[in-house]
Design a protein around this ligand. Structure first.
Ligand code: DMJ
Length: 456
């Protein structure tokens, strides 16, 4: 009798633990009105994509037409949107995409694609789809895509060329930024793990190491590099646009895949970042652009992409810097109700006034909300959502802004609006957010990967 009771208790505990790791079982989580609203906005925008852009990469919501990144479509919006559908419990929509990808997608195309962009959106999206469906055909498609990317890494330094032809394997573009050069360990590590083929991770890590090993005596790397000669072509060191995911992936690749060597790279880099790049400026915490050799400040220009950093700092338990940096971004958002792409905090001037529905400030507010539990981050998320609705929403979907001051619109809804912006808002308003934060690691394109699948 006692044994039976213990077995029952064990079974109940294991059921509970299984459920903790399976937030995709959606019905048990509470959806607030705001979460429901975000989901409805996602559905509305998705319907618009289907009506006006189906089969193409991107929706143009003002002219109600579409555009493709290259001469032939790679179906980037649906591939990027899939994991958000799963997070939101939109299983019908997700199944439709999954079926469509299985039936219609073929990567044997004679086009040059941007190695970095297709890695985070297409490879990352397919790997997430495999994780949710467990369908070997999807994994085969991801492996096919990853294999087509491999020729890009055949450079003298191991860093990838900017462009790779998906059919012929030809490459071009030797001058790249560091995000494009060293942000592959996450997706390619996952691909290696799922396929059991180490080559993908090996190539990705070699590329990251090629950059890391070229750091200066004070531990910094520049923004651009020639991947054939290994010479720096832009010596500005910072954490923002064009370097961003190089740092983000050191931390997250360790978090998901457990490679201690990349953690050491992250820890070493962070010491130099905090010493030379972080700047307390008029009560705010920003990260400047400094000379990689001397640490001398070159300018105080930041881009909205840099706002991923509070989230990574929060994950890394540096809540003090994370909260201070987020407060600085939040102030900037509130000046105009949306964030400009480029801002000079040294002279309080907007130098790039567009806003392309980017997620980063929202992503960091979500991490901070989950990690600190402070209501102020929920309030930030509410404000960001409310401003997005106010300025970027149109009759069918959402659109980018040419100018956050004049609120002039631009006819474009980037794929990361589906993949990231709406996903992080939803997570912030739904109880499912905490389960995702605990049990998953998100790619730079917000594709979530279950930690338990990677622990041996
Ligand atoms: C996304 O495509 C990714 O997050 C990338 O790393 C940089 N930022 C864009 C969205 O702003």
């Amino acid at each position: 009798m006692r044994i039976k009771l213990s077995l029952l208790i064990l079974a109940a505990i294991s059921l509970f633990l299984t459920n903790c790791n399976q937030p995709s079982n959606h019905t048990e989580y509470k959806e607030t009105d705001l979460a429901q609203e975000v989901k409805n906005e996602f559905k509305r925008s998705w319907e618009a994509y289907k009506k006006f852009a189906w089969g193409h990469d991107v929706l143009k919501p003002i002219t109600k037409t579409h555009s493709d990144w290259y001469a032939q479509s790679l179906h980037i919006s649906p591939i990027d949107a899939y994991s958000t559908m799963k997070v939101m419990g939109l299983d019908k929509e997700a199944d439709e995409v999954y079926q469509y990808i299985l039936d219609s997608v073929d990567f044997d195309k004679d086009i040059f694609v941007k190695t970095f962009e297709v890695n985070i959106r297409i490879l990352g999206g397919l790997l997430a789809m495999y994780q949710y469906t467990d369908d070997q055909k999807i994994l085969a498609l991801a492996e096919d895509f990853g294999t087509r990317m491999l020729p890009a890494f055949e450079s003298p330094t191991g860093m990838p060329y900017y462009w790779v032809n998906l059919k012929t394997g030809e490459v071009k573009g030797a001058d790249i930024n560091v995000a494009e050069g060293g942000s592959y360990t996450f997706e390619m590590g996952i691909l290696s793990h799922f396929t059991g083929k180490p080559i993908f991770y090996e190539k990705a890590k070699r590329a990251t190491l090629a950059i890391f090993d070229r750091r200066t005596d004070i531990g910094l790397i520049g923004e651009r590099i020639n991947i054939e000669s290994g010479e720096w072509t832009d010596e500005r060191a910072h954490i923002g646009c064009c370097i961003d995911s190089y740092y983000e992936y050191m931390y997250k690749s360790w978090l998901l895949l457990g490679d201690e060597e990349v953690k050491v790279m992250w820890d070493t880099s962070l010491v130099a970042i905090n010493k030379h790049i972080a700047e307390d400026f008029e009560g705010n915490l920003w990260f400047a652009q400094v000379n990689m050799n001397t640490g001398e400040i070159m300018n105080r220009i930041v881009t909205l992409y840099d706002a991923y950093f509070p989230g990574v700092l929060a994950l890394n338990n540096d809540l003090e810097r994370a909260e201070k940096n987020q407060a600085s971004w939040n102030q900037l958002w509130n000046k105009n109700g949306l964030e400009p792409t480029v801002y000079d905090y040294g002279i309080d001037s907007i130098t790039g006034p567009n806003y392309d529905l980017n997620p980063e400030i929202i992503e960091s507010a979500w991490y901070l909300y989950e990690i600190t539990g402070k209501v102020k981050y929920k309030i930030m998320l509410e404000k960001y959502f409310s401003d997005l609705k106010k300025y970027c929403r149109n009759d069918v979907a959402y659109t980018s802004m040419e100018n956050v001051i004049t609120k002039k619109r631009r006819d474009y809804m980037p794929t990361f609006f589906f993949a990231e912006t709406l996903k992080y808002l939803y997570l912030g308003f739904s109880d499912i957010g905490s389960k995702y934060q605990e049990n998953y690691v998100f790619s730079t394109e917000a594709h979530p990967f279950r930690k338990d699948l990677f622990t041996d």
